[in-house]
Design a protein around this ligand. Structure first.
Ligand SMILES: NC(=O)C1=CN([C@@H]2O[C@H](COP(=O)(O)OP(=O)(O)OC[C@H]3O[C@@H](n4cnc5c(N)ncnc54)[C@H](OP(=O)(O)O)[C@@H]3O)[C@@H](O)[C@H]2O)C=CC1
Ligand SMILES: Cc1cn([C@H]2C[C@H](O)[C@@H](COP(=O)(O)OP(=O)(O)O[C@H]3O[C@@H](C)C(=O)[C@@H](O)[C@H]3O)O2)c(=O)[nH]c1=O
Length: 311
């Protein structure tokens, strides 16, 4: 279960088996400044060592109370969520439990432990219809899908709590990790083109795609500085998915003619996507010293990890 070591401040991570979670645990362990407690649903799927793993389904109020009460983390980084946006639209009860009820469980338990609560949120709290400028930390949210509604509701629970808190907003995270339960844009474009499949890709949605390692690095900076408030932690380039797909094809020398440009009126998914999101990241740059990789450099990092994973 868990052995009290109490030599360094304790950081507890939720969602450790996920894309962000695996990168976050790796960076926290490598930093060697914290005692790292990784929590996740079911068995540990992280390959590295140097941390303790505790099974924790955060939808269980009693289990959350027991684990947080026993560990009493100095910092809790809450990345766990139901992240399949379409699945969230179609199964709203499951989405509410995973994204709202679970967050309330963690808040209640953390208030007793007086932890710094770092909540990972999303650009999907915004409508994407507020004009061409990317979003600032104080922009007004208007979610257009249920996933976005639950993440906004969770943000408000955090803000209304008695906790010291930070909210990390990011968007369109891409990267490679073990046994992921969902793909991400570079991986699905690359695998589709390698299989000779034609893909319809929108060119009217705008994002600031974010390398998973950069998102993790932003969360680590907040933990190190015990920073509070809202921080936009994303890539620094505004790109459409079509532009991202073309850059991915060019990088891997794949057939660009398979990428068919479309737009949101013709390409629809079960859950509506906000049209133009993306973030201004000046506050994180100035206050945290955060500096993301370019999208090109991010693809290069993924390319190396794909080669390593297949060797
Ligand atoms: N990916 C993206 O593009 C973006 C993500 N975000 C936010 O970043 C955070 C991390 O996202 P990402 O790493 O990509 O997502 P993943 O889906 O890769 O990871 C989410 C993790 O949460 C875990 N989880 C879900 N429900 C529970 C539960 N009830 N108890 C315990 N663990 C649970 C999942 O467990 P299991 O592995 O068992 O399924 C999974 O490991 C999320 O909060 C997401 O909303 C924000 C913007 C963009
Ligand atoms: C699958 C697909 C997606 N797209 C576009 C739609 C969208 O803008 C972009 C990514 O679509 P996906 O459905 O893969 O990812 P999506 O669910 O939109 O990703 C979201 O995940 C959640 C967790 C977040 O918090 C958001 O920030 C965002 O990253 O690519 C196409 O154009 N063609 C396609 O065939």
């Amino acid at each position: 279960m868990y052995t009290q070591m109490k030599t360094k401040p304790k950081v507890l991570v939720t969602g450790s088996n996920g894309l962000l979670g695996q990168k976050l645990v790796q960076q926290l362990v490598d930093l060697d400044e914290f005692e790292v407690i990784a929590t996740g649903r079911g068995k540990c799927r992280i390959e590295n060592t140097g941390f303790q793993y505790v099974e924790l389904n955060i939808e269980g109020e009693k289990q959350v109370d027991e684990v947080i009460g026993l560990i009493s983390p100095d910092i809790l980084i809450h990345g766990a969520a139901m992240t399949h946006v379409d699945e969230c639209e179609l199964n709203q009860e499951a989405c509410f439990k995973a994204n709202v009820v679970a967050t309330q469980n963690l808040i209640s338990a953390s208030e007793k432990a007086d932890s710094l609560f770092v909540f990972v949120s999303t650009d999907f709290i915004f409508s994407g219809l507020d004009g061409k400028d990317p979003y600032l930390e104080d922009s007004t949210p208007h979610p257009v899908n249920y996933y976005g509604e639950t993440k906004l509701e969770a943000e408000n629970l955090v803000k209304e709590s008695a906790l010291k808190w930070a909210i990390v907003r990011t968007g369109l995270v891409y990267g490679m990790a073990q046994d992921l339960t969902r793909s991400n844009i570079i991986l699905w474009v690359k695998s589709s083109l390698e299989q000779g499949k034609e893909i319809q890709v929108v060119d009217d949605q705008v994002r600031t795609p974010t390398l998973a390692e950069d998102l993790a690095a932003g969360c680590v900076l907040i933990a190190q500085k015990k920073a509070t408030g809202v921080f936009n932690i994303s890539g620094g380039e505004l790109l459409t998915p079509f532009q991202m797909a073309i850059q991915t094809a060019d990088y891997f020398g794949l057939d660009k003619s398979l990428i068919k440009r479309t737009d949101s009126s013709r390409f629809t998914q079960p859950a509506k996507r906000p049209l133009k999101t993306g973030f201004i990241i000046d506050k994180a740059r100035k206050q945290l010293g955060y500096e993301p990789k370019t999208f090109q450099a991010g693809i290069g990092i993924l390319a190396k990890q794909i080669i390593l994973a297949s060797s």
